[in-house]
Design a protein around this ligand. Structure first.
Ligand code: ZN
Ligand code: ZN
Length: 836
């Protein structure tokens, strides 16, 4: 019989995810002999058998991957790398036609010490994963030894990143170290055929962590913790529940009083909450769920997904996400969550309830006093949350690294779902970057991210460890959290940066952090301008290397936003909307939005009416300021401020223009959470678009905006003519249907204006590749509308899908911009882009 020897190197997320046992079993099924082992960048497989069997193996390897595994590359190994000597036993057995033998080999020392392998042997840290179906069946099966055991897990599910202190990923280096495996758990752990082979958090009721319910004085509550927790939720109490990457504050979403109590105690008057239900059948009462959204909700990542609220049914869950057209929903993802819903369903012994609508709907919100890092420690929880939560559902498996729930926008038939916040389930899975053409490829690079919505990105060669959402760095806790992630990744992957990248603003804590590291390690510090990084993040996602035109529209959050953005030449106006040319050399400013006064500076970010006043002033309608905003004592004074230019820094933020529009239409006058006015404006426009659908959409509005040029900026976009019309059309009182109509009209005008702006830049530069980025593109009417418009005109349009379009991706963009730059030059202390 004819047989072959072949070797393969597999790169991707293939370690710590049950990949080797999968290979072991698959090889046996395909009648291939051989072995598998981990190496520096992935897994190496040697096969000996008939060609057709080897082909079948490779095909099934890709189509039947374990739940958490991801293959990025399969490479055939040349014969001289197969170490045939150590393979002789296998070859002999195949020669002699014996049954297939396959082994899981320890990592060979010579690979571990290989000089050509820059990286130390390292298991990639897998993100945490939602409970798998097999474990859930066992959890809910009264005959299973792990029936109702809240910490059940296996190789395909459970905690990972949040419990790992160090690598290799072995139990002693996790927070499971203190729990000694009992005999039967140990047996599962050591058996390659078992689903729990090398499942580090493996545990059972005999040997593993336990739940406890405490009141907010820290005293234990008698009885079954799950039963007692549910009872208290039903009574309208607020519970703090320990999850995977942190605590949640939880209450009954069907109980408006409980929701109001949570809002009052959390000082969170209006910002929407996400809800958790037992299944999609339960959620369909509230939101539209298409098949791809259902798959996403049930995935190992189990994110919060923003779904369209049902239009016919008035949403009866008051106070959860009022005034918005979307609701964030999620499904249970830990055994504790499942046990609560199982309890609420009356502890059924069969699984039929899993597909039937269930009544229990829970508000689940991250337990962090507003703006601060997530609470993860038991004692810390009771200290910091006892004035919010009535009871605490705790356990004794420690969380080492906080990781918030990820957040996505649901996709449609035409459009995939879009990442808004990277967190549990996604981080710290690596992003693979294109290989650099010169020797700089081996450099470790640390990018320290932006001031708001900070994340860090830390690359080893082509592999970038992209962190979870860290938060705004105007809070000391978040600055510490950023350093903690850096230390954790450095320790676990035994790496140290060769270059560090920062924003170009000198006062940002992320820049100070980069400067410290640069000094401590004596390594170069490169700086990348904020919008440059925005566009480079899109280029990273699509692996673009050619010159592109970037359109960056920052939303700009609350507080300290003047730190977050670079400043144009006159050093007085804050640049929020910008058109730029990005290539490997850096970036070139092509134009900004016509700046407007921001009366009251930072205060204007929270008060859309102030921005509307500025627009009224600039269009010669000052007399309307007092009459329109008579409810605001400061309105009278604002007109004077504008006339005398007192405390009126200039802004070109697109976010503020959305604010102005929302205010003029009387949709929102004060932002109680970030982008409230813009979100409500989008919701209003969506209502109109859905009513007038095709008729309104086919009508192409004539663009009113003006494009002018100045000595420093070839293309300045002036949107005031749009506001001129809007002001005349919105004289109070204004009906709701008129609000919706004008909100939609405003979006269409913006799309026309931005498209014309891009076309002007394209004509000058000859570039047809357009990258869109910045928080404003979270607005789906704007993002989809502009993308379609530009595509119809023959442009290639790139909008982020996998990574946040907002500042959450700045670190990835910084890294990519630096790598494009390093592809051409040797690293030195300088700016890749930034203020001249
Ligand atoms: Zn499992
Ligand atoms: Zn056990």
């Amino acid at each position: 019989m004819k047989w072959q020897i072949q070797g393969f190197a597999i790169k991707g997320i293939v370690q710590g995810v049950g990949f080797r046992p999968f290979v072991f079993n698959l090889a046996k099924q395909c009648d291939c002999s051989g072995d598998v082992c981990n190496n520096g960048l992935g897994v190496e497989i040697r096969l000996c058998g008939q060609q057709k069997n080897i082909d079948l193996f490779i095909q099934r390897l890709q189509s039947e991957l374990p739940r958490l595994a991801r293959i990025n590359q399969i490479q055939s190994l040349p014969e001289n790398q197969l170490d045939i000597e150590s393979f002789s036993e296998v070859i002999e057995s195949v020669k002699n036609n014996q049954p297939a033998i396959f082994a899981i080999r320890a990592t060979p020392q010579k690979i571990a010490n290989s000089a050509e392998n820059n990286q130390k042997i390292s298991t990639l840290i897998s993100p945490d994963a939602s409970l798998c179906d097999d474990c859930r069946s066992e959890l809910l099966d009264p005959k299973n030894p792990r029936y109702r055991y809240p910490f059940i897990n296996c190789t395909h599910c459970g905690p990972r990143y949040t419990i790992i202190a160090d690598l290799p990923y072995d139990r002693p280096f996790t927070t499971m170290a203190g729990f000694e495996l009992c005999k039967s758990c140990q047996q599962e752990y050591s058996d390659p055929q078992d689903r729990r082979f090398h499942a580090q958090p493996n545990a059972c009721n005999t040997c593993g962590p336990q739940l406890s319910l405490l009141n907010n004085q820290g005293q234990p509550i008698d009885g079954d913790p799950i039963e007692q927790t549910l009872e208290r939720l039903r009574q309208g109490e607020i519970l703090a529940i320990k999850g995977l990457g942190g605590f949640h504050l939880v209450c009954d979403a069907n109980n408006a009083d409980a929701v109001a109590k949570l809002r009052a105690r959390k000082h969170r008057p209006a910002k929407p909450f996400a809800v958790m239900a037992a299944n999609t059948a339960s959620l369909e009462r509230w939101v539209t769920i298409n098949p791809s959204t259902a798959d996403l909700l049930k995935s190992a990542q189990a994110p919060i997904v923003l779904c369209q609220k049902q239009s016919q049914i008035e949403l009866q869950i008051n106070g959860v996400a009022d005034g918005l057209n979307q609701l964030g929903v999620m499904l249970p993802y830990t055994p504790i969550h499942w046990l609560l819903f199982h309890q609420a369903a009356g502890q059924p012994a069969t699984e039929a309830w899993l597909n039937q609508p269930q009544d229990l709907l829970l508000v689940m919100t991250s337990a962090n006093p507003s703006g601060e890092p997530l609470v993860i420690d038991n004692r810390e929880a009771i200290n910091r949350l006892s004035n919010i939560a009535d009871y605490f559902l705790l356990h004794d498996r420690d969380i080492l690294i906080r990781n918030d729930d990820p957040l996505l926008i649901a996709g449609t038939e035409q459009q995939p779902s879009i990442m808004i916040r990277r967190g549990r389930g996604y981080a710290p899975a690596p992003v693979f970057l294109p290989k650099l053409l010169n020797k700089n490829n081996d450099l470790n690079i640390l990018a320290t991210g932006s001031y708001l919505k900070n994340s860090i990105c830390y690359s080893q060669g082509e592999m970038a460890h992209f962190s979870q959402h860290i938060g705004d760095l105007n809070c000391v806790g978040n600055i510490e959290f950023q350093k903690e992630i850096y230390r954790h990744l450095s320790q676990a992957y035994q790496m140290q940066p060769d270059i560090v990248i920062a924003d170009s603003h000198p006062e940002s804590p992320a820049v100070r952090f980069a400067q410290q590291i640069s000094q401590q390690l004596n390594i170069p510090l490169l700086q990348v301008q904020h919008h440059h990084a925005h566009i480079a993040a899109v280029m990273a996602e699509y692996q673009l290397a050619q010159p592109v035109i970037g359109l960056a529209l920052d939303g700009l959050g609350f507080g300290g936003q003047s730190l977050d953005i670079s400043q144009v030449a006159d050093n007085k106006s804050l640049l929020g909307g910008e058109l730029l040319l990005v290539n490997a050399d850096g970036c070139q400013h092509l134009g900004g939005l016509q700046p407007l006064a921001l009366p009251g500076g930072d205060a204007a970010a929270k008060a859309p009416w102030r921005m509307a006043a500025s627009v009224l002033f600039s269009t010669g309608n000052s007399q309307q300021i007092k009459s329109r905003f008579k409810d605001f004592a400061a309105a009278a004074f604002t007109e004077t401020m504008l006339q005398k230019q007192l405390n009126c820094p200039k802004t070109s933020s697109m976010g503020r223009l959305f604010d102005a529009c929302a205010s003029l239409l009387n949709i929102c006058q004060v932002n109680s959470f970030e982008a409230e006015a813009a979100s409500k404006l989008e919701a209003a426009a969506a209502k109109d678009a859905s009513q007038s659908n095709s008729a309104a959409a086919s009508e192409q509005p004539t663009s009113l905006a003006r494009i002018t040029s100045s000595s420093s900026q070839p293309f300045v976009l002036d949107l005031l003519p749009i506001f001129n019309v809007l002001i005349q059309s919105s004289i109070p009182p204004i009906s709701i249907s008129r609000q919706n109509q004008l909100a939609y009209w405003f979006h269409q005008q913006l799309i026309e204006a931005l498209a014309r702006w891009v076309i002007s830049a394209s004509k000058k530069t000859g570039i047809k590749d357009i990258c869109l980025s910045g928080g404003c593109f979270l607005n789906q009417i704007l993002a989809q509308g502009l993308q379609q418009k530009l595509q119809q005109l023959g442009f290639n349009v790139y909008l982020p899908i996998c990574h946040p379009v907002n500042d959450g991706s700045i670190s990835l963009g910084q890294l990519y911009a630096a790598r494009m730059h390093l592809n051409k030059v040797q690293p030195q202390q300088h700016k890749v882009s930034g203020d001249k």
